[in-house]
Design a protein around this ligand. Structure first.
Ligand SMILES: [Zn+2]
Length: 130
């Protein structure tokens, strides 16, 4: 059972609604979060490094991969920003990249430190090879 009773709140209704949606997705057994050092854009022939990736390919299983390279994210606080971005892709399905990026920036300002720390607790510490 997914309980959303004990999650930290900001007091802003829309912010907290989005936060609860994120936690709901994260706690579902079909969402996986992993960290990987060499994360390249699969859709780009130049294979540039990317911050994160949300792969809905095996729906209902969804995988979020966060680039764990220090050159991409200096610390776990920066990794949380990418997790917020990838969760926006799930919540605001089919929304274009630019709007997702804008939403990410708004939420980073709106979420409290406790909310961001709570999200951080779901990012694994270990890295995977693939
Ligand atoms: Zn994106």
């Amino acid at each position: 059972m997914i309980s959303l009773r004990d999650v930290p709140l900001s007091g802003d209704k829309l912010t907290d609604w989005v936060f609860k949606q994120f936690i709901f997705f994260i706690r579902r057994e079909t969402l996986y979060i992993k960290r990987k050092k060499r994360l390249l854009n699969p859709n780009d022939k130049h294979h540039c490094a990317i911050r994160g990736l949300m792969d809905p390919e095996f729906e209902p299983k969804i995988e979020i991969t966060i680039n764990s390279a220090k050159s991409v994210h200096a610390n776990r606080n920066e990794e949380v920003e990418t997790l917020i971005h990838e969760l926006c892709h799930i919540l605001f399905w089919k929304t274009q990249e630019r709007s997702i990026w804008q939403t990410e920036r708004i939420l980073i300002k709106k979420f409290t430190k406790e909310q961001k720390d709570f999200l951080k607790s779901f990012i694994p510490h270990h890295e995977v090879k693939n």
